[in-house]
Write a protein that binds this ligand. Structure first.
Ligand code: OTU
Length: 634
């Protein structure tokens, strides 16, 4: 007698039935949920099978994920469910030319959540539609990595406020037209997280939440192919525990990587994610996505399974909090950055290449690498967009592709060394005042910390400093997607070197650009006899022009070449209208002759100066000058 083979469809049906049964034991399964379950469960099931097919607890964990999703939907506040519906009818909401993000630390900018609430009128004055509050969850004092070492995803750091205040703030922001963005720090937890503490105490269930090994055998084997990410903190990817065991810690020694090969970790973190979604967060910034999956003999970065895990989280989100969007934070090779961007994975992604190359162009006075990046690396799948920025709370890493640079005759390694010297003020005549971050003597690798104003030359008193701040923002505000403003940059905040006196911060030079809200500069923002006032006036002008320029919506862009290496050119097109952007990254004036502009209608409108321009006369770009010109193709 032959035993009939189990057909995959039976497995699917049985898994589906188990999931629905688990969901109904944890409460009512409502029709709305059921509809989305039917739409997304097949995808989730396929991903789960690929990731966890060999695990005996696969079916049970998958069922529990669905049960958590259903229970989470049941407790999702009504206003958020209404909001989910609105998003469904306008899924491309983040592509609008009205989008503008602000970024800040709760404590540094507002003191606490109540202080952030008091800033809402200012956020409206600026025109923010998106507010990224850097991590505000419970995190050990002194060993917090600015909040990126989370000891509880369900508790706000008591020095900042409470979860109720956070949910109220989210609702108030939403009423003000501002979407709250929070991090989902899901690659690692703090070593003080309850799971980590239980793992340390030898509880086998939680030991399997992390990558803990009894001796150096496996760590040595992994480290043959992994890269050091925070070498200032510890060498390699592992740290020793007091009992002699070793735990995987990509970042600081107190940030332990979670073991996503264990489906229980996925199940538990899906629960934390949905809890955050139900507080009213509209965009989850997926921190350090590149590192979430490890496999011996590989770099353990951006492995195919990292994408499967993200897509599985996305499928869960689509069932239980459908209005929420993922933003990818991958500061890696540009081929990898773009691999996280799709409607089923992350609809938004930082554009670290454009950010870094903007600084590269300002240092070299040569825009060709940036131009090349816009030509070949800007396009994204439909329904997705870049998040563009001049700087973040993190360092600047020179993540351009060596192969791209080589085409322009640039040696990647040597160029990075030059850029690091330049931006840390060690290059003769450099206008920048930055600080090195994670300098690695073995690999020669380093990154740069500093505020926009300090890196651009204002701190050094360089005459081009203010123009460079404005130019860098003029690029980020006009290439498409969601532009971000690191709050403080709009009033030309300078480096704060006092971190070096703080034992909890001195080891991490990124604190140099994370100073407190510069009250005096904000107070002077109306006074154009100060750098704060001038930068504020010019940036807010750009912001208001962007809002009124529908050509700036969406993500598509076509480049516009001029014969000048120092000029970056691109066009944003809407219907038969074109906005041509020309930006001069050099310290010298550039004349664009009429021939170069011959593909365009002769009359154009300078949107920033609000004046007509006759293209028969060519265009003069001042040092660090730019134009946003509305015209039509001839
Ligand atoms: C992120 O950045 C956060 O933005 C940092 O503030 C955290 O310290 C870190 O994760 C750990 O949570 O190395 O220097 O893409 O470049 O994820 C910044 C890879 C970082 C890393 C990025 C990380």
């Amino acid at each position: 007698m032959t035993i009939p083979a189990v057909r995959p469809v039976d497995v699917f049906d049985e898994d589906r039935a188990a999931a629905l049964a688990a969901a109904s034991t944890s409460g009512r399964v409502d029709d709305d949920f059921l509809e989305r379950f039917d739409a997304h469960f097949p995808r989730l099931h396929g991903l789960f099978t690929r990731l966890y097919g060999a695990r005996p607890d696969r079916r049970e964990q998958l069922a529990q994920v669905v049960a958590t999703a259903s229970a989470s939907w049941n407790t999702r506040p009504l206003d958020l469910k209404v909001h989910d519906r609105q998003r469904r009818s306008d899924p491309d909401w983040f592509q609008s030319e009205r989008m503008l993000g602000g970024v800040c630390y709760v404590d540094r900018f507002g003191g606490n959540l109540a202080g952030i609430r008091e800033q809402i009128p200012y956020f409206r004055e600026l025109g923010l539609t998106y507010l990224h509050l850097l991590p505000l969850f419970d995190s050990p004092d002194g060993e917090s990595d600015g909040g990126y070492a989370v000891s509880s995803y369900r508790r706000v750091n008591p020095s900042l406020g409470t979860m109720t205040q956070l949910a109220d703030l989210a609702a108030e922001l939403r009423l003000a037209g501002i979407s709250l963005v929070l991090d989902f720090v899901f690659n690692h937890t703090s070593d003080q997280h309850d799971w980590a503490q239980r793992a340390l105490a030898g509880d086998p269930e939680f030991e399997d939440f992390y990558l803990i090994f009894p001796d150096r055998k496996m760590p040595d084997a992994y480290e043959r192919t992994t890269r050091e990410v925070f070498p200032d903190d510890h060498p390699g990817s592992f740290v020793a525990l007091e009992d002699g065991r070793w735990v995987w810690a990509t970042f600081h020694r107190y940030q332990w990587d979670l073991n996503y090969a264990n489906p229980a970790v996925f199940r538990a973190m899906a629960g934390e994610m949905l809890f955050l979604a139900n507080q009213g967060v509209e965009v989850l910034r997926m921190d350090a996505v590149a590192f979430i999956w490890k496999q011996l003999g590989t770099s353990c970065e951006s492995l195919p399974e990292a994408h499967l895990v993200l897509q599985a989280f996305h499928a869960v989100l689509a069932m239980a909090a459908p209005g929420v969007v993922f933003k990818s934070e991958a500061i890696v090779h540009p081929d990898e950055v773009v691999s996280y961007v799709s409607p089923e994975e992350c609809r938004l992604s930082y554009n670290p290449l454009q950010m870094a190359l903007t600084w590269e162009a300002l240092a070299t006075r040569d825009a060709r690498l940036l131009q090349q990046a816009l030509e070949r690396r800007h396009a994204l799948p439909a329904g997705t967009a870049w998040v563009t920025y001049v700087r973040s709370h993190d360092d600047i890493g020179w993540t351009f592709a060596d192969e791209d640079a080589a085409e322009l005759g640039i040696d990647g390694r040597g160029h990075r060394e030059f850029l690091n010297r330049f931006y840390t003020g060690r290059h003769e005549g450099a206008f920048a005042r930055g600080v090195a971050f994670q300098q690695n003597p073995t690999s020669g690798d380093a990154r740069v910390a500093g505020t926009t104003a300090s890196l651009a030359g204002i701190e050094a008193g360089d005459p081009g400093g203010e123009d460079r701040v404005v130019l860098a923002h003029a690029i980020a505000l006009s290439t498409g997607g969601v532009p971000l403003l690191y709050l403080g940059d709009e009033v030309a905040q300078l480096n704060d070197y006092s971190y070096a006196d703080d034992p909890g911060r001195r080891g991490d030079s990124r604190w140099v650009h994370r100073g407190n809200r510069p009250r005096d500069q904000y107070a002077r923002r109306g006074d154009t006899s100060t750098p704060a006032g001038r930068v504020f006036e010019r940036l807010t002008k750009l912001i208001s022009v962007r809002r009124a320029t529908p050509e700036f919506a969406g993500n598509s862009l076509s480049t516009f070449r001029t014969p000048h290496a120092s000029v970056l050119g691109y066009q944003r097109i809407a219907g038969d209208s074109v906005v041509l952007v020309l930006a001069n990254v050099s310290d010298a004036e550039v004349q664009i002759d009429p021939m170069t502009l011959s593909g365009l209608m002769r009359t154009a409108r300078d949107l920033v100066r609000n004046a007509d321009v006759d293209l028969n006369e060519g265009i003069v770009l001042r040092p660090h000058g730019f134009v946003w010109l509305r015209t039509r193709s001839a």
